[in-house]
Write a protein that binds this ligand. Structure first.
Ligand SMILES: [Fe+2]
Ligand SMILES: [Fe+2]
Length: 312
């Protein structure tokens, strides 16, 4: 047995026992993986290729209105157009998250040793997010769709949060931003009904985000053991509040107006949709199982998660 596979076996054993892994060791693995699997979207993707007639911009089952009475009355063309605008809304949301995350990462490493692998990896992740945000902006422009910023209240909540949040709070928010979208993107990139450019964008994002999720999970697991009790409790409550903000900000309702639908009626139908609730809960399940496991989903925090609709 080589040393590496012994280390990996030990890693798996620790995983199974829910034990903490060495921070530097995790970061070194992630740096190796970043060196092997990183992409330059500007060169990797064919940005000039025309869109294919009749293909979706997001899998129909993941479009917010899918299977509602309004959806059944829409023409196929209008449904595809809605998928185009929702893809742009999600890309806009992705940019918002990534800008917040980049600032959180900079704050996280500010006092740490610059020569550590943990700090080097954080800087690498920031590089990834810079490429992603540019890629999302380019795909929004290429789709001929508007940029869909979050509402003013959420914009200002984000401004406050990225400035004052605690370390465990930051990593909980990171996972919330990354994991639900990641679940959707994993269904999008292999889907042959979807436009090749969208498949390419989501494929790059899924590959690079897997490392970010690993980094955030390991750090959060550590933090929920080592952070002061008040900070752990604060994380439980704030994470429930993020979940509520997240579920409301997820799709910008402006998309309905822009495809010629009644915005208020559309929002009401999405809220009442059992299919949509299932999609959002499935998308959050891996994350909620993990948060439950490390003790984030307790007390008031759990109640807030339930009211967000992301936890059954
Ligand atoms: Fe990203
Ligand atoms: Fe990320």
């Amino acid at each position: 047995m080589t040393t590496l596979s012994e280390a990996e076996a030990l890693d798996e054993l620790r995983d199974a026992l829910g034990m903490l892994k060495d921070r530097e060791q995790v970061a070194r693995r992630l740096l190796e993986s970043s060196a092997k699997h990183s992409f330059d979207p500007d060169r990797e993707l064919d940005w000039e290729a025309p869109f294919e007639e009749g293909k979706w911009f997001w899998p129909p089952e993941l479009v917010s209105l899918y299977d509602t009475p309004m959806w059944r009355r829409m023409s196929e063309e209008q449904r595809v157009l809605l998928s185009r605008h929702e893809a742009a809304a999600l890309a806009s949301l992705g940019i918002w998250f990534e800008l917040i995350l980049m600032q959180l990462l900079v704050r996280h490493i500010y006092d740490k040793s610059a020569t550590s692998a943990h700090v080097r990896y954080a800087l690498t992740e920031i590089e990834d997010e810079c490429r992603h945000s540019k890629m999302f902006a380019r795909v929004i422009a290429r789709g001929g769709t508007p940029w869909y910023p979050v509402g003013r209240v959420h914009q200002n909540l984000g401004r406050l949060f990225k400035t004052v949040s605690t370390t465990p709070g930051s990593f909980t928010a990171t996972l919330l931003g990354e994991e639900v979208l990641d679940w959707m993107q994993r269904l999008t990139f292999p889907d042959e009904r979807v436009q090749p450019l969208i498949r390419g964008v989501t494929r790059i994002h899924v590959i690079e985000e897997a490392r970010h999720v690993r980094y955030a999970r390991e750090e959060l697991r550590r933090q929920m053991v080592t952070a002061p009790k008040w900070s752990q409790e604060f994380t439980r409550v704030t994470s429930g509040e993020f979940a509520r903000v997240f579920s409301v900000a997820f799709i910008n309702p402006e998309v309905y107006t822009n495809v010629g639908l009644d915005r208020r009626a559309a929002v009401a139908q999405v809220r009442a949709s059992g299919h949509r609730r299932d999609v959002m809960q499935q998308g959050a399940r891996k994350l909620t199982d993990f948060l439950d496991d490390i003790g984030v989903l307790r007390g008031v925090g759990r109640k807030l998660w339930r009211s967000s609709g992301l936890l059954a």
